[in-house]
Design a protein around this ligand. Structure first.
Ligand code: NI
Length: 130
């Protein structure tokens, strides 16, 4: 058994939107990633994703089925501060946005692609371990 220090691992990351694996259990990965700016709108067909803020803050924008008229522009957002997390349920369109750098822990199935149903320049197919 080894222990892992999140801040030490995060200090090794010098880019954005490029998740690294730091642990695996029960078919799920723990990943660390630094956010800056807006990500890509996407969803995951069959996977729930957890986002926990280790340092900084960001907002998760999301659209749920049925939001249309009730939410402004059919879109909602929640701000996540240090020590807070959210779980994005499968099927929900989401986009993390970090006005300033945010350092984030992800917990999700090993098969989860960062951009979900979308493939673009932000897609990371093969993730390295830290
Ligand atoms: Ni996602």
């Amino acid at each position: 058994m080894n222990k892992v220090n999140l801040l030490q691992k995060l200090s090794l990351i010098n880019d954005h939107w490029n998740p690294r694996i730091i642990g695996e259990l029960n078919g799920q990965y723990l990943k660390l990633v630094k956010f800056q700016g807006p990500f890509t709108w996407h969803h995951h067909e069959a996977e729930d994703e957890m986002f926990l803020v280790v340092k900084g803050r960001f907002r998760m924008e999301f659209r749920e089925a049925g939001d249309g008229e009730s939410a402004q522009n059919g879109q909602r957002e929640i701000w996540l501060e240090e020590g807070e997390f959210c779980i994005v349920p499968r099927g929900v369109e989401h986009r993390p946005v970090a006005d300033e750098e945010a350092q984030v822990l992800l917990f999700e199935p090993a098969t989860t692609l960062n951009t979900g149903n979308v493939k673009n320049q932000l897609t990371r197919q093969e993730l390295g371990w830290l």
